[in-house]
Structure formats: structure tokens, C-alpha cells
Design a protein around this ligand. Structure first.
Ligand SMILES: O=P(O)(O)OC[C@H]1O[C@H](OP(=O)(O)OP(=O)(O)O)[C@H](O)[C@@H]1O
Ligand SMILES: O=c1cc[nH]c(=O)[nH]1
Ligand SMILES: [Mg+2]
Length: 208
């Protein structure tokens, strides 16, 4: 398993704005989508290419185009949706799946309430999105769901991770690579990432 931290200056600058408690929902959503798109640029660096030829107005050109497995983006609801919005700007033809999970505020364990995945998910290369990797319970459950459907090639994309979450995913799914914009210090007693950005879903959708 590989953990990649996208430390590009644009990502880090936008992440600073996202963390700021004075950033409102509209800007928060836009920035989350932008950061996700920039992270996807890095996370897709190892996609396979194949050579082909196209005719330019001047002459034939040997070019490279994407090859190999088709792609799917899978959002963990709710907060993972905003990441899919951003990544689709780069990969508009990707299929999109959804896994609905909410974390019990007392036990911090995830409960699944929804799943809808592309039928051929097992043949696709998957980017699973959730901006917050806290205890890791939600990510591990979503990865379980994907693997039950036969998925074998999955990368988890989270904007902020806690060390505890990375460790839990690593233990349960050592074959899954993780791409993050930051690894923070720790979790607090309520399971929130410190310093983190607060409750991602609530900040995206203006709920409490
Ligand atoms: O790593 P974990 O400890 O499982 O925590 C992370 C999860 O918590 C948040 O979702 P939440 O349950 O708040 O649902 P929401 O996105 O609908 O607000 C977040 O979006 C992750 O899915
Ligand atoms: O810090 C955290 C932890 C879990 N979910 C969030 O939205 N934020
Ligand atoms: Mg939430």
C-alpha cells in the first residue's frame, strides 16, 4: 500500500482556505471540488497509455491515449459527492457509484443506508472519494462493499486524513493506495480530525 500526499502549492493554499471556519458553504464547496480535481491529476498519474495515430490538419501524429481498465468514481455520501463533482471535470466519462454511510456520533461506527454501483464495477479501476478519513470506519466499510462486488483496483482519495484512519485502512485493505492532501495530528474525543476542518458534510450542505 502507498500513501501519497499531494503537497502542490495550489492544493495547500486552497486547503488553508477550506480549513478556515470563516469560509462559507458556497466557497467551501467550490474549493473542495477544486482541490479534488487537482488531487485527481496526481492520483491518475499511473494510468496506462497506448500509442495510436491521429491526423492533424498537417500530417499524421503518433499520440498516446488512455488505455487499460475503464474508470469509476465512487462517492461515500454525503461529503464524497463534492469530490466527485471536482474529479468529473477532469474525467467526464467516468461512471459514478454511490455508497451511503453515516457515522453514529456515539459509537463512531458507520451505518450503510444506500449503495448503487455501476454493474461492471469489478472490471473498472475505482477512485473512492471521502474528504475525511477519521477513524477509517467509513472507508473500510465502503471498501468492503466494493470488494464484495468484485472490485480489485481501488484508490482511496481523502482530502484530510488522521493517522488512525490511515492505519485502519492499511490493516483492513493493504492493497488499497491512499491519496490525501494532508495528514493531520490526531482525532479528538468526538472522533473529529484535529485540526481538520470540522464536519465536512455540514459545511458543504449548511446542515448541523
Ligand atoms: O473515518 P470515519 O470515522 O468513519 O469518519 C469519516 C466519515 O464521517 C463523515 O461522514 P458523516 O458520517 O458525517 O456523514 P455525512 O457525510 O453524511 O455528513 C465523513 O464524510 C466520512 O464519511
Ligand atoms: O473531522 C471529521 C471527522 C469525521 N467527519 C468529518 O466530517 N470531520
Ligand atoms: Mg457529517
Amino acid at each position: 500500500m502507498k500513501v501519497t500526499t499531494v503537497d502542490h502549492p495550489l492544493v495547500q493554499h486552497k486547503l488553508a482556505l477550506i480549513r478556515d471556519k470563516n469560509t462559507g458553504s458556497k466557497d467551501f464547496r467550490e474549493l473542495m471540488a477544486e482541490v479534488s480535481m487537482l488531487m485527481a491529476y496526481e492520483a491518475t498519474r499511473d494510468l496506462e497509455l497506448e500509442e495510436t495515430v491521429v491526423e492533424t490538419p498537417v500530417a499524421p501524429a503518433r499520440v498516446k491515449v488512455l488505455a487499460g481498465k475503464k474508470l469509476a468514481l465512487v462517492a461515500i455520501l454525503r461529503a464524497g459527492l463534492v469530490m466527485v463533482d471536482g474529479i468529473l471535470r477532469l474525467i467526464p466519462a467516468a461512471r459514478v457509484g454511490h455508497i451511503g454511510l453515516y457515522r453514529d456520533p456515539e459509537t463512531l461506527e458507520p451505518t450503510q443506508y444506500y449503495a448503487k454501483l455501476p454493474l461492471d464495477i469489478a472490471e473498472r479501476r475505482i477512485f473512492l472519494t471521502d474528504p475525511m478519513l477519521a477513524t477509517g470506519g467509513s472507508a473500510v466499510q465502503a471498501l468492503d462493499v466494493l470488494k464484495e462486488k468484485g472490485a480489485t483496483h481501488i484508490k482511496l482519495m481523502s482530502i484530510i486524513a488522521a493517522p488512525e484512519g490511515i492505519e485502519r485502512v492499511m490493516k483492513a485493505h493493504p492493497d488499497v493506495d491512499i491519496c490525501v492532501a494532508a495528514v493531520d495530528e490526531r482525532l479528538n474525543e468526538k472522533g473529529y480530525i484535529v485540526p481538520g476542518l470540522g464536519d465536512a458534510g455540514d459545511r458543504i450542505y449548511g446542515t448541523k
